[in-house]
Design a protein around this ligand. Structure first.
Ligand code: GBH
Length: 426
């Protein structure tokens, strides 16, 4: 059965940040620091999904969706990231999972969508190798409670974005600006993933996946300098997170002036490269790169022109999704597990959102085309069910199939919601 779902993330929708024993996450800290998030918005209330989840599950069911990807807030389960379990936090996800199952909606649970317990960040966060083991311990706790009803487990969401935006550039929590010194945060996330794979399976999890956001990389020209830049960017964005999973290696980083990844210990690649039941792909747009104009990095982001853009300014390139899927298959061959599009979507204003309909229509067609070209794609999740807290943009970007009036929490299905409902029914 092909999975038709929507995707959300805990900090972006739940609110209720001080309820039922939830601990503080890096996103609570970051969003409350002046100047970090546009207009000082925070996730304190967000979509109030913590209280309104029955209404939200009903919206999914009414659309005929048969799957739902959500994330668990680690600080609800372990307020300081390790040790004692907060049962009230687990109870929330237990109720949610029961509510989904009652409507015939398959839960796809992401364990980490960027809301690290602040107490772990205080000890270095993902720069600290110990965080990998704490993550696996947390994964075991959640699986022990929910694996009897949750068939799909996604360890991490977009470790690339968490490393670059969170640790290298500082535009997301925890707001660090380490540039290339952020690389250990990639390895420790992947190591945490690998340790969690075993912990999940030991606690009854059926299918285990990871979600990477990948991008087709377009060289600005055929000039050798531009081709080399494209190769360097591809290593950083795509291969750094996929090669250890499906090719038992890390890409070469000499173009970045990094000769040795000395934070890798013997045995780590074996831990990371355990077989998976699927790969989650989040796709938004391709990236066009050119030879560097400074010596800071071995590439420049050349920007994409000649395509329509969303309200966020991101280019709309549906065929990039087909290109990406086909290239992953070409690169990893039989080592590539079945693929699920765990996020795809766009920011537009308004309830009569014909642009979102066109966007989704084009990208779903691209998935079908990739299938026809031999890629095993088994699901498609729209980002997102609801307008929600869009990280550094606060509530300014609206990605939902359902409009949220944040003053009243009123939900209003958009034209795209009704369109998707008809598509699934057909
Ligand atoms: C996802 O990240 C997240 O998982 C989700 O939480 C988030 O709400 C959603 O996407 C929407 O942002 O500069 O024009 O080339 C997506 C990460 C990083 C995708 C930046 C697009 C560059 C656009 N994105 N990126 S552009």
């Amino acid at each position: 059965m092909f999975l038709w779902g929507t995707a959300t993330a805990s900090y972006q929708i739940e609110g209720a940040v001080s309820e039922d024993g939830r601990g503080v996450s890096v996103w609570d800290t970051f969003s409350h620091e002046p100047g970090r998030v546009r207009d000082g918005h925070t996730g304190d209330v967000a979509c109030d999904h913590y209280h309104r989840w029955p209404e939200d599950v009903a919206l999914m069911a009414d659309a005929g969706l048969n799957a739902y990807r959500f994330s668990v807030a680690w600080p609800r389960i372990q307020p300081t990231g390790r040790g004692a379990v907060n049962q009230a936090g687990l109870d929330f996800y237990d109720r949610l999972v029961d509510g989904l199952c009652a409507k015939g909606i398959t839960p796809a649970l992401t364990l980490f969508h960027w809301d690290l317990p602040q107490a772990l960040e205080d000890e270095g966060g993902w720069l600290n190798r110990d965080t990998s083991q704490y993550f696996a311990d947390y994964a075991a706790i959640v699986a022990e409670r929910l694996a009897d009803r949750v068939p799909m487990w996604i360890t991490l969401n977009e470790p690339f974005v968490h490393m670059t935006f969170g640790y290298a550039l500082g535009v997301h929590a925890p707001g660090r600006t380490l540039f290339l010194d952020a690389l250990p945060a990639a390895h420790h996330q992947l190591l945490g993933h690998g340790l969690a794979v075993s912990a999940l399976r030991a606690n009854g999890a059926d299918q285990v996946l990871i979600t990477n956001n990948c991008t087709p990389v377009w060289p600005a020209s055929d000039a050798p300098e531009d081709l080399a830049a494209a190769e360097a960017y591809d290593a950083l964005h795509n291969r750094l997170f996929n090669d250890p999973l499906f090719a038992a290696s890390y890409p070469d980083f000499s173009a970045f002036g990094v000769e040795e990844l000395d934070f890798i210990h013997d045995g780590d690649l074996e831990t990371i490269g355990q077989p998976l039941d699927g790969l989650g792909i989040n796709y938004y747009n391709p990236t066009r790169v050119a030879a560097p104009s400074t010596d800071a990095l071995p590439f420049d982001d050349a920007g994409i022109t000649g395509y329509p853009t969303t309200a966020f300014g991101w280019p709309v390139v549906p065929d990039g999704l087909r290109e990406l899927l086909v290239s992953l298959k070409a690169r990893y061959g039989a080592a590539l597990p079945p693929v699920y599009i765990t996020e795809n979507g766009c920011s537009y204003e308004g309830i009569d959102d014909q642009e979102r309909i066109d966007y989704l229509d084009g990208h779903i067609a691209a998935v079908r085309q990739a299938q026809a070209e031999g890629v095993d794609v088994r699901g498609y999740f729209v980002w997102s069910l609801l307008d929600n807290f869009e990280w550094a943009e606060g509530y300014h970007q609206r990605f939902g199939l359902v409009h949220v009036d944040f003053a009243t929490q009123k939900r209003t299905p958009k034209a795209s919601y009704h369109w998707l409902k008809r598509l699934i029914a057909g």
